[in-house]
Design a protein around this ligand. Structure first.
Ligand code: GLN
Length: 387
């Protein structure tokens, strides 16, 4: 048989999603792939139940009119400028497609893109699939800040775009206004684009606040703001995401999107409009719930004597597993699922650098699920020791 495409040779399947399958295999409490085990808001489910009044054929390829109008209204409020629903939005199948589509919109094969490391694993594959060459800029633990000179060096080497996940998965870092200003100034100086992944925009713990890169002076014209409804409305399976950018960029993104997927699911877009029209109190409530979950989970880890990083945003915690002496964090995570019954993601799937002493948990789970995970983790010290 002829050889298949070489395109995928540079990456494996997603380790995050593989860990979900491994968790299922061992009936482990799955704190690996970040998604909730609680229901979406009742209003969305009620609307979805009205099946015969929902559209069942293609929506307009770049998104249903209703959805774009509701989204433009919501995001105009948050981003601080008026977004034109007919020219500045593409609705995608999750932010996964949004990011891929943004990369294909900006990059030609051979172009360079700057990526902070650690990074959400999809970006590596996105770069390879679009033929772009990543230049990694380290986020230095424990604060996960960056050296502006290192970032500038990436732009000097020709990076045409920077991928910015804010709040950051997996570190939980929320970029400050000052840090974003440094990035923005460099992007302008080197005439580069910024592709943001802001899926955790509503999960930012006080006193931290989320700043949209596109809101900074001079950045709207060069920012592709990607996000999704997955985390904000607890509907990761609905696969609804979007890109917001100026019309000249969206015109190209629409073409890419049209031939990639045609469009996001029409009935789900329609049902989600209810969520996009929620008042501010909904987002306050969501944040309150996650603030409580963070407190519950971190206290549990602390009581067990486990070292962790405290997230400023998103719902991930990185744990240090150095004391167990494993050479492979993947090995550690497989054993953790099998012997302790808790699923985690090996940190090496996020780092460009050779980092193998961290694993990632998420806490987007019902309180009883988190208590069950913490109960099981009591056995971690004993069961995970290398014999
Ligand atoms: N963002 C989630 C995580 O990091 C998962 C998203 C996905 O698998 N599409 O776990």
């Amino acid at each position: 048989m002829r050889e298949l495409s070489k395109r995928t040779a540079g990456f494996t399947d997603s380790v995050i999603r593989r860990m979900t399958r491994i968790s299922q295999k061992y009936d482990a409490v799955n704190l690996s792939q970040g998604f909730p085990d609680f229901d979406p808001p009742r209003e969305l489910l009620d609307r979805l139940a009205e099946t015969s009044s929902l559209p069942h054929q293609y929506s307009i390829t770049w998104g249903a009119q209703n959805f774009r109008e509701a989204l433009a209204e919501k995001q105009s409020r948050l981003m601080g400028f008026s977004i034109e629903p007919n020219r500045e939005i593409v609705v995608t199948c999750g932010s996964t497609e949004a990011m891929m589509c943004a990369m294909l919109t900006v990059c030609n094969p051979g172009d360079k893109v700057a990526v902070f490391s650690p990074f959400y694993e999809n970006y590596g594959a996105d770069a390879i699939l679009s033929g772009a060459e990543p230049i990694y800029v380290p986020l230095r633990p424990p604060a996960f800040n960056f050296d502006p000179d290192r970032l500038e060096s990436a732009f000097k080497q020709g990076a045409k775009a920077l991928i910015l996940c804010n709040p950051s998965n997996p570190t939980g870092k929320v970029f400050t206004h000052d840090e974003l200003t440094v990035i923005a100034e460099l992007a302008k100086k080197y005439d580069a684009y910024v592709i943001t992944d802001e899926v955790y925009e509503h999960i930012v713990y006080a006193p931290y606040v989320h700043t949209y890169m596109t809101s900074l002076p001079g950045m709207r014209e060069r920012t592709l703001s990607c996000s999704s409804l997955s985390k904000t409305y607890s509907i990761t399976g609905w696969r609804l995401g979007y890109i917001i950018a100026p019309p000249e960029i969206i015109e190209v993104a629409r073409k890419v999107h049209d031939f990639l997927t045609v469009g996001a699911a029409a009935p789900l877009q329609e049902a989600a409009v209810v969520g996009l029209r929620f008042p501010k109190s909904y987002y306050d409530g969501l944040l309150q719930e996650y603030t409580e979950k963070r407190a519950l989970f971190l206290k549990g880890l602390k009581d067990l004597g486990i070292q962790y990083t405290t997230p400023e945003g998103a719902y991930y915690v990185m744990l240090d597993i150095s004391e167990y002496g494993y050479e492979s964090d993947l090995d550690f995570c497989e054993k953790l699922a099998e012997k302790v019954g808790v699923g985690a993601v090996p940190g090496s799937s996020f780092f460009r650098e050779n980092v193998k002493h961290l694993i990632r948990f998420h806490f987007a789970k019902r309180d009883e699920t988190l208590y069950e995970a913490l109960n099981r983790l009591e056995g971690m010290k004993e069961r995970m020791r290398k014999t």
